[in-house]
Design a protein around this ligand. Structure first.
Ligand code: HEC
Length: 291
Protein backbone atom coordinates (compact mmCIF):
# COMPACT_ATOMS: atom_id res chain seq x y z
CA UNK A 1 0.00 0.00 0.00
CA UNK A 2 2.86 2.35 0.80
CA UNK A 3 4.30 1.96 -2.64
CA UNK A 4 0.90 2.65 -4.12
CA UNK A 5 0.57 5.98 -2.32
CA UNK A 6 4.05 7.14 -3.27
CA UNK A 7 3.45 6.35 -6.92
CA UNK A 8 0.13 8.16 -6.83
CA UNK A 9 1.64 11.30 -5.34
CA UNK A 10 4.58 11.38 -7.75
CA UNK A 11 2.38 10.95 -10.77
CA UNK A 12 -0.15 13.52 -9.63
CA UNK A 13 2.59 16.07 -9.93
CA UNK A 14 3.72 14.82 -13.33
CA UNK A 15 0.15 15.06 -14.53
CA UNK A 16 -0.32 18.64 -13.47
CA UNK A 17 -1.66 19.76 -16.83
CA UNK A 18 -5.16 18.81 -15.74
CA UNK A 19 -6.58 22.16 -14.77
CA UNK A 20 -10.14 23.39 -14.68
CA UNK A 21 -9.18 26.02 -17.23
CA UNK A 22 -8.41 23.46 -19.93
CA UNK A 23 -11.08 22.79 -22.52
CA UNK A 24 -12.80 19.41 -22.74
CA UNK A 25 -11.12 18.83 -26.06
CA UNK A 26 -7.62 19.36 -24.67
CA UNK A 27 -8.49 17.26 -21.61
CA UNK A 28 -9.42 14.43 -23.91
CA UNK A 29 -6.19 14.75 -25.85
CA UNK A 30 -4.09 14.70 -22.67
CA UNK A 31 -6.04 11.77 -21.29
CA UNK A 32 -5.46 9.61 -24.35
CA UNK A 33 -1.82 10.68 -24.58
CA UNK A 34 -1.22 9.71 -20.96
CA UNK A 35 -2.54 6.17 -21.42
CA UNK A 36 -0.73 5.72 -24.70
CA UNK A 37 2.51 6.49 -22.90
CA UNK A 38 1.65 4.39 -19.85
CA UNK A 39 0.61 1.31 -21.86
CA UNK A 40 2.36 1.59 -25.24
CA UNK A 41 1.31 -1.93 -26.25
CA UNK A 42 -2.40 -1.47 -25.63
CA UNK A 43 -4.35 -0.35 -28.67
CA UNK A 44 -6.76 2.54 -28.19
CA UNK A 45 -9.77 0.47 -29.23
CA UNK A 46 -9.01 -2.19 -26.57
CA UNK A 47 -9.63 0.16 -23.66
CA UNK A 48 -13.34 -0.59 -23.91
CA UNK A 49 -12.59 -3.85 -22.08
CA UNK A 50 -11.33 -2.42 -18.78
CA UNK A 51 -8.80 -4.63 -16.95
CA UNK A 52 -9.10 -7.21 -19.72
CA UNK A 53 -7.31 -4.83 -22.07
CA UNK A 54 -4.27 -5.04 -19.78
CA UNK A 55 -3.97 -8.69 -18.73
CA UNK A 56 -3.91 -11.57 -21.21
CA UNK A 57 -4.65 -14.38 -18.74
CA UNK A 58 -7.61 -12.65 -17.21
CA UNK A 59 -8.78 -11.78 -20.69
CA UNK A 60 -8.74 -15.40 -21.86
CA UNK A 61 -10.82 -16.58 -18.90
CA UNK A 62 -13.24 -13.70 -19.35
CA UNK A 63 -13.62 -14.43 -23.06
CA UNK A 64 -14.44 -18.09 -22.28
CA UNK A 65 -17.08 -17.01 -19.80
CA UNK A 66 -18.65 -14.71 -22.39
CA UNK A 67 -18.51 -17.28 -25.21
CA UNK A 68 -19.77 -20.20 -23.18
CA UNK A 69 -22.89 -18.84 -21.52
CA UNK A 70 -23.04 -15.16 -20.65
CA UNK A 71 -25.18 -14.89 -17.50
CA UNK A 72 -26.83 -11.67 -18.70
CA UNK A 73 -28.88 -13.26 -21.51
CA UNK A 74 -32.11 -13.70 -19.51
CA UNK A 75 -31.77 -10.19 -18.11
CA UNK A 76 -31.43 -8.74 -21.61
CA UNK A 77 -34.59 -10.58 -22.66
CA UNK A 78 -36.41 -9.20 -19.60
CA UNK A 79 -35.10 -5.71 -20.39
CA UNK A 80 -36.31 -5.96 -23.97
CA UNK A 81 -39.81 -6.93 -22.82
CA UNK A 82 -39.98 -3.95 -20.47
CA UNK A 83 -38.64 -1.69 -23.21
CA UNK A 84 -41.57 -2.57 -25.50
CA UNK A 85 -44.19 -3.15 -22.81
CA UNK A 86 -47.24 -0.97 -23.38
CA UNK A 87 -48.25 1.54 -20.73
CA UNK A 88 -51.98 2.06 -20.21
CA UNK A 89 -51.99 4.75 -22.91
CA UNK A 90 -50.55 2.36 -25.49
CA UNK A 91 -47.07 3.94 -25.53
CA UNK A 92 -43.88 2.25 -24.38
CA UNK A 93 -40.36 3.20 -23.27
CA UNK A 94 -39.31 2.65 -26.88
CA UNK A 95 -41.73 5.32 -28.14
CA UNK A 96 -40.14 8.04 -25.97
CA UNK A 97 -36.84 7.85 -27.84
CA UNK A 98 -35.51 8.82 -31.22
CA UNK A 99 -35.39 5.85 -33.61
CA UNK A 100 -37.55 3.89 -31.20
CA UNK A 101 -34.59 3.82 -28.80
CA UNK A 102 -32.53 1.43 -30.93
CA UNK A 103 -28.79 2.08 -31.39
CA UNK A 104 -28.81 5.45 -29.66
CA UNK A 105 -27.04 4.68 -26.37
CA UNK A 106 -23.73 6.11 -27.52
CA UNK A 107 -25.07 9.67 -27.32
CA UNK A 108 -25.83 9.52 -23.59
CA UNK A 109 -25.48 11.36 -21.31
CA UNK A 110 -26.25 14.63 -23.10
CA UNK A 111 -26.95 18.22 -22.13
CA UNK A 112 -30.61 19.19 -22.53
CA UNK A 113 -30.89 22.93 -23.20
CA UNK A 114 -34.55 23.19 -22.30
CA UNK A 115 -34.09 21.50 -18.94
CA UNK A 116 -30.67 23.07 -18.37
CA UNK A 117 -29.56 19.64 -17.16
CA UNK A 118 -27.61 16.60 -18.22
CA UNK A 119 -29.82 13.66 -19.09
CA UNK A 120 -28.52 10.16 -18.40
CA UNK A 121 -30.02 7.18 -20.21
CA UNK A 122 -31.52 5.88 -16.98
CA UNK A 123 -33.09 9.23 -16.09
CA UNK A 124 -34.59 9.43 -19.59
CA UNK A 125 -36.13 5.96 -19.16
CA UNK A 126 -37.69 6.86 -15.83
CA UNK A 127 -38.89 10.26 -17.08
CA UNK A 128 -40.56 8.46 -19.95
CA UNK A 129 -42.34 6.10 -17.58
CA UNK A 130 -43.59 8.92 -15.38
CA UNK A 131 -44.74 10.96 -18.38
CA UNK A 132 -46.83 8.01 -19.49
CA UNK A 133 -48.42 7.38 -16.11
CA UNK A 134 -46.21 4.47 -14.99
CA UNK A 135 -44.15 4.29 -11.82
CA UNK A 136 -40.50 5.25 -11.63
CA UNK A 137 -38.21 2.22 -11.36
CA UNK A 138 -35.61 1.96 -8.62
CA UNK A 139 -32.31 3.53 -9.72
CA UNK A 140 -29.04 1.72 -10.25
CA UNK A 141 -30.06 -1.91 -10.64
CA UNK A 142 -32.92 -4.31 -11.24
CA UNK A 143 -35.49 -3.66 -13.96
CA UNK A 144 -34.19 -0.21 -14.87
CA UNK A 145 -30.68 -1.58 -15.36
CA UNK A 146 -32.00 -4.36 -17.63
CA UNK A 147 -33.79 -1.84 -19.88
CA UNK A 148 -30.64 0.25 -20.05
CA UNK A 149 -28.59 -2.91 -20.71
CA UNK A 150 -30.88 -3.85 -23.60
CA UNK A 151 -30.48 -0.38 -25.09
CA UNK A 152 -26.70 -0.67 -24.73
CA UNK A 153 -26.81 -4.11 -26.34
CA UNK A 154 -28.57 -2.77 -29.45
CA UNK A 155 -25.85 -0.09 -29.68
CA UNK A 156 -22.88 -2.47 -29.50
CA UNK A 157 -20.18 -1.47 -31.95
CA UNK A 158 -21.14 2.19 -32.18
CA UNK A 159 -18.57 4.67 -30.93
CA UNK A 160 -19.35 6.71 -27.85
CA UNK A 161 -20.13 10.31 -28.83
CA UNK A 162 -20.84 12.45 -25.81
CA UNK A 163 -21.01 16.18 -26.51
CA UNK A 164 -20.19 19.09 -24.32
CA UNK A 165 -22.59 21.75 -25.51
CA UNK A 166 -21.61 25.35 -26.28
CA UNK A 167 -24.09 26.38 -23.60
CA UNK A 168 -21.96 27.45 -20.58
CA UNK A 169 -24.19 25.40 -18.26
CA UNK A 170 -23.02 22.27 -20.04
CA UNK A 171 -19.34 23.09 -19.44
CA UNK A 172 -20.13 23.89 -15.83
CA UNK A 173 -21.54 20.40 -15.30
CA UNK A 174 -18.56 18.87 -17.09
CA UNK A 175 -16.18 20.76 -14.80
CA UNK A 176 -18.12 19.68 -11.73
CA UNK A 177 -17.71 16.06 -12.80
CA UNK A 178 -14.03 16.61 -13.50
CA UNK A 179 -13.53 18.09 -10.06
CA UNK A 180 -15.20 15.06 -8.49
CA UNK A 181 -12.92 12.78 -10.46
CA UNK A 182 -9.70 14.47 -9.31
CA UNK A 183 -10.71 15.35 -5.75
CA UNK A 184 -9.32 13.27 -2.89
CA UNK A 185 -11.99 11.84 -0.64
CA UNK A 186 -12.81 9.43 2.12
CA UNK A 187 -10.76 8.30 5.08
CA UNK A 188 -8.19 6.90 2.66
CA UNK A 189 -7.97 10.22 0.86
CA UNK A 190 -7.92 8.87 -2.70
CA UNK A 191 -9.37 10.38 -5.85
CA UNK A 192 -10.81 8.38 -8.71
CA UNK A 193 -7.74 9.49 -10.65
CA UNK A 194 -5.34 8.10 -8.02
CA UNK A 195 -6.63 4.61 -8.69
CA UNK A 196 -7.81 4.68 -12.29
CA UNK A 197 -5.23 7.00 -13.86
CA UNK A 198 -2.06 7.10 -11.80
CA UNK A 199 -2.31 3.47 -10.65
CA UNK A 200 -4.11 1.90 -13.60
CA UNK A 201 -2.52 -1.51 -14.16
CA UNK A 202 -1.26 -1.73 -10.55
CA UNK A 203 -2.77 -3.93 -7.89
CA UNK A 204 -4.74 -2.72 -4.93
CA UNK A 205 -5.94 -5.22 -2.31
CA UNK A 206 -5.71 -8.08 -4.78
CA UNK A 207 -7.48 -6.19 -7.59
CA UNK A 208 -5.98 -5.06 -10.86
CA UNK A 209 -6.98 -1.43 -11.43
CA UNK A 210 -8.64 -0.57 -14.73
CA UNK A 211 -7.74 2.56 -16.70
CA UNK A 212 -10.36 5.34 -16.53
CA UNK A 213 -10.22 5.44 -20.31
CA UNK A 214 -12.96 3.07 -21.49
CA UNK A 215 -14.57 2.50 -18.10
CA UNK A 216 -18.04 3.56 -19.19
CA UNK A 217 -18.47 1.77 -22.53
CA UNK A 218 -19.61 -1.55 -21.10
CA UNK A 219 -22.17 -0.28 -18.62
CA UNK A 220 -24.57 -1.39 -17.33
CA UNK A 221 -22.56 -4.47 -16.36
CA UNK A 222 -23.55 -7.87 -15.09
CA UNK A 223 -21.44 -8.55 -12.06
CA UNK A 224 -21.00 -11.81 -10.19
CA UNK A 225 -20.60 -9.96 -6.90
CA UNK A 226 -23.91 -8.15 -7.42
CA UNK A 227 -25.72 -11.33 -8.47
CA UNK A 228 -24.50 -13.05 -5.31
CA UNK A 229 -25.66 -10.13 -3.20
CA UNK A 230 -29.18 -10.39 -4.67
CA UNK A 231 -29.21 -14.16 -4.28
CA UNK A 232 -28.24 -13.85 -0.62
CA UNK A 233 -31.40 -11.77 -0.21
CA UNK A 234 -33.46 -14.54 -1.82
CA UNK A 235 -33.87 -12.79 -5.19
CA UNK A 236 -33.92 -15.07 -8.21
CA UNK A 237 -35.21 -12.80 -11.02
CA UNK A 238 -33.40 -12.25 -14.32
CA UNK A 239 -32.44 -8.71 -13.29
CA UNK A 240 -30.10 -9.84 -10.51
CA UNK A 241 -26.47 -9.00 -11.14
CA UNK A 242 -27.08 -5.87 -13.23
CA UNK A 243 -25.86 -2.45 -12.20
CA UNK A 244 -25.49 0.95 -13.84
CA UNK A 245 -22.37 3.10 -13.91
CA UNK A 246 -23.66 5.17 -11.00
CA UNK A 247 -24.12 2.03 -8.90
CA UNK A 248 -20.41 1.42 -9.50
CA UNK A 249 -19.57 4.96 -8.37
CA UNK A 250 -21.14 4.20 -5.02
CA UNK A 251 -19.00 1.10 -4.63
CA UNK A 252 -15.82 3.01 -5.48
CA UNK A 253 -16.70 5.81 -3.04
CA UNK A 254 -17.16 3.18 -0.34
CA UNK A 255 -13.79 1.59 -1.12
CA UNK A 256 -12.05 4.72 0.11
CA UNK A 257 -14.49 4.95 3.04
CA UNK A 258 -16.22 8.01 1.67
CA UNK A 259 -19.96 8.38 2.05
CA UNK A 260 -21.52 7.37 -1.26
CA UNK A 261 -23.92 9.84 -2.88
CA UNK A 262 -27.37 9.19 -4.24
CA UNK A 263 -27.64 7.57 -7.64
CA UNK A 264 -28.78 10.19 -10.18
CA UNK A 265 -27.79 13.02 -7.86
CA UNK A 266 -26.52 16.11 -9.69
CA UNK A 267 -22.99 15.27 -8.52
CA UNK A 268 -22.91 11.69 -9.87
CA UNK A 269 -24.57 12.80 -13.10
CA UNK A 270 -21.87 15.45 -13.54
CA UNK A 271 -19.25 12.76 -12.89
CA UNK A 272 -20.88 10.47 -15.46
CA UNK A 273 -20.89 13.32 -17.99
CA UNK A 274 -17.17 14.02 -17.60
CA UNK A 275 -16.24 10.34 -17.26
CA UNK A 276 -18.18 9.40 -20.41
CA UNK A 277 -16.79 12.25 -22.48
CA UNK A 278 -13.29 11.00 -21.73
CA UNK A 279 -14.08 7.65 -23.38
CA UNK A 280 -15.40 9.17 -26.60
CA UNK A 281 -14.39 7.26 -29.71
CA UNK A 282 -14.47 3.85 -28.02
CA UNK A 283 -17.09 1.31 -28.98
CA UNK A 284 -20.12 0.61 -26.83
CA UNK A 285 -19.95 -3.01 -25.63
CA UNK A 286 -22.51 -3.23 -22.86
CA UNK A 287 -23.57 -5.11 -20.97
CA UNK A 288 -20.09 -6.15 -19.83
CA UNK A 289 -19.35 -9.16 -17.67
CA UNK A 290 -17.50 -8.51 -14.46
CA UNK A 291 -16.41 -10.33 -11.33
C1 HEC B 1 -8.73 2.75 -3.92
C2 HEC B 1 -8.81 2.67 -5.34
C3 HEC B 1 -10.06 3.11 -6.05
C4 HEC B 1 -10.60 4.38 -6.09
C5 HEC B 1 -10.14 5.59 -5.34
C6 HEC B 1 -11.69 4.31 -7.04
N1 HEC B 1 -11.82 3.06 -7.55
FE1 HEC B 1 -12.99 2.50 -9.08
N2 HEC B 1 -12.37 0.58 -8.89
C7 HEC B 1 -11.42 0.15 -8.00
C8 HEC B 1 -11.25 -1.28 -8.13
C9 HEC B 1 -10.30 -2.16 -7.34
C10 HEC B 1 -12.14 -1.70 -9.16
C11 HEC B 1 -12.33 -3.12 -9.72
C12 HEC B 1 -11.25 -3.40 -10.75
C13 HEC B 1 -11.36 -2.51 -11.95
O1 HEC B 1 -12.11 -2.79 -12.86
O2 HEC B 1 -10.68 -1.46 -11.95
C14 HEC B 1 -12.81 -0.49 -9.62
C15 HEC B 1 -13.73 -0.47 -10.64
C16 HEC B 1 -14.30 0.67 -11.16
C17 HEC B 1 -15.19 0.70 -12.29
C18 HEC B 1 -15.64 -0.50 -13.08
C19 HEC B 1 -14.71 -0.81 -14.22
C20 HEC B 1 -15.17 -1.96 -15.06
O3 HEC B 1 -14.59 -2.15 -16.14
O4 HEC B 1 -16.07 -2.68 -14.67
C21 HEC B 1 -15.53 2.01 -12.50
C22 HEC B 1 -16.43 2.54 -13.57
C23 HEC B 1 -14.85 2.80 -11.48
N3 HEC B 1 -14.10 1.96 -10.69
C24 HEC B 1 -14.94 4.17 -11.36
C25 HEC B 1 -14.40 4.89 -10.29
C26 HEC B 1 -14.67 6.29 -10.05
C27 HEC B 1 -15.50 7.18 -10.95
C28 HEC B 1 -14.02 6.62 -8.91
C29 HEC B 1 -14.07 7.92 -8.15
C30 HEC B 1 -15.37 8.26 -7.61
C31 HEC B 1 -13.30 5.44 -8.47
N4 HEC B 1 -13.57 4.41 -9.32
C32 HEC B 1 -12.47 5.41 -7.37
C33 HEC B 1 -10.69 0.93 -7.13
C34 HEC B 1 -10.86 2.29 -6.95
Amino acid sequence: MKKFITVAAALSIAFGSFSLLASPRSDLKEFRKYFKKRFPKVKFKSYKDGIYALDADRRAAWQDWEDFAPPYTDGLEAGKKLFYKKFKNGKSVSSCFRKGGIRIRHKFPYFDKRKGKVVTLESAINDCRVKNGAKKLKWGKGKLATISAYMAYTTRGKKLRVKIDKDPRSLKIYNRGKRHFYAKRGQLNFSCADCHIFNAGNMVRGNLLSPALGQVTHFPVWRKKWAKKSEAKGKTGAARGFGTIQRRYKGCNKQVRAKPLKIQSAEYTALEYFHSYMSNGLKINGPGLRQ
